[in-house]
Design a protein around this ligand. Structure first.
Ligand SMILES: [Fe+2]
Ligand SMILES: [Fe+2]
Length: 312
C-alpha cells in the first residue's frame, strides 16, 4: 500500500469520510482512524494530530481531495485554521478539480475551479509570505496537463498582479479563469497524444496545434464564457510577436495572452520531459539562462516582474 502525505487540519470532521488516515511513527505507518470512525474537532485525536502530516492510501487520495474541494468555503471561513492550511486547501481544491476537468471531461468542475480562484485571489495575493507558500505547492511533473494548467494559472495570476498592482480582484479573477483554463482545448484532443511523454510526431503536433481554437469553442459553447480577454488568453497563448506562433500567426497579441505565454514557456522549461536529455531547470536557472529569450519576446518589464514574483 502506497501512502501519500496530506494534512489533517483541512478535513472537516462533520463530513462523511471515505479514506483511512495513517500517521507514521518512527518509520512505520500506523492506522490512526479508519474511514468509518467518526472524527470530532474537539477530540484528542484531532487536537494531537492536526498540525502533523497524516498519510492517505494512494487509492483513496481522490476522496480526500474531493472532500477538501467540496468543503472549501467552510475551510476558508474557519477562524482557527492557519493561513498556510487555507492555502493548502485552495491548492488541493484547484488541482483536484482541474484533474476532474481534464481527466474525466467534467465541465461542471469548472465552477469549483472558479471558486478556488476566487479564494486564491482574496487570500493570497495581498501578502508576500502567502505568495511564497502558494508557489511552494508547484510540482514540475510533465505529461500531466492538469498540473501544468495549475502551475501556469498560478504564475500568470501572480505576474498579472505584479505588473498591474491596482487591478481589482474582480478583474483579476476574470483573467485567472483564462489562465487556469488556458489548455482546456486539450480535452478534445486524443488523450494518447496529450499525455505523451516523448516528442510529438509532425502529425501529432498538428493535432496539438488545434487546442487553442478548440478551447475557445468549449468556453463559448459549454461554459458560456464570452469575455474577450479570457477568450484571447485561450486563443493566443501560443502566438509569438514575430508571427511564428499558432494558430493564426498573428503579431498583435493580447497583453494577458502574452503573460500566459510567458508562464507557459517557463513551466515547460522547469518541468521534466523524458525526451529532453538535460535535467529540468530550477527556478533560478530557468530565469537566468532564459533572460534574453524572455526579454526579447515579452519585454524587460515582464521579465523583471516575473523575477520579483519569486523573490517575495
Ligand atoms: Fe497551450
Ligand atoms: Fe499550456
Amino acid at each position: 500500500m502506497k501512502l501519500i502525505p496530506a494534512r489533517l487540519s483541512v478535513v472537516q470532521p462533520s463530513q462523511r469520510r471515505e479514506f483511512d488516515i495513517y500517521v507514521v511513527n518512527e518509520t512505520n505507518p500506523v492506522l490512526l482512524l479508519s474511514k468509518d470512525a467518526p472524527l470530532q474537532k474537539n477530540s484528542q485525536i484531532f487536537k494531537n494530530n492536526s498540525n502533523r502530516l497524516i498519510y492517505i492510501p494512494s487509492n483513496q487520495l481522490n476522496s480526500y481531495k474531493h472532500l477538501v474541494a467540496d468543503t472549501l468555503d467552510e475551510i476558508m471561513e474557519d477562524k482557527e485554521l492557519s493561513k498556510s492550511s487555507k492555502m493548502y486547501a485552495v491548492y488541493i481544491s484547484l488541482t483536484s478539480r482541474l484533474e476532474m476537468l481534464m481527466n474525466e471531461g467534467s465541465i461542471a468542475a469548472a465552477n469549483s475551479i472558479f471558486k478556488g480562484i476566487s479564494h486564491l485571489i482574496a487570500n493570497t495575493l495581498n501578502d508576500t509570505s502567502s505568495i511564497s507558500v502558494f508557489l511552494s505547492f508547484i510540482k514540475n511533473d510533465i505529461g500531466n496537463i492538469s498540473n501544468h494548467m495549475f502551475n501556469v494559472g498560478t504564475y500568470a495570476t501572480m505576474l498579472t498582479k505584479m505588473l498591474y498592482p491596482d487591478i481589482s480582484n474582480i478583474q483579476l479573477e476574470k483573467l485567472a479563469k483564462g489562465y487556469f483554463l488556458h489548455d482546456i482545448g486539450m480535452l478534445k484532443i486524443d488523450k494518447k497524444i496529450v499525455n505523451k511523454k516523448e516528442k510529438y510526431t509532425d502529425n501529432e503536433y498538428k493535432e496539438i496545434k488545434k487546442h487553442p481554437q478548440l478551447g475557445v469553442e468549449i468556453l463559448k459553447n459549454e461554459l458560456k464564457i464570452n469575455d474577450p480577454n479570457i477568450i484571447k488568453i485561450v486563443l493566443q497563448h501560443h502566438e509569438r510577436k514575430d508571427g511564428s506562433g499558432y494558430p493564426n500567426g498573428i503579431t498583435d497579441i493580447n497583453r494577458f495572452a502574452k503573460i500566459c505565454a510567458m508562464c507557459d514557456i517557463f513551466d515547460a522549461i522547469t518541468s521534466k520531459r523524458e525526451y529532453k536529455e538535460d535535467t529540468p531547470k530550477t527556478t533560478f536557472e530557468a530565469l537566468k539562462e532564459n533572460k534574453e529569450l524572455f526579454v526579447q519576446e515579452f519585454g524587460k518589464d515582464h521579465y523583471e516582474a516575473f523575477v520579483k514574483c519569486f523573490k517575495v
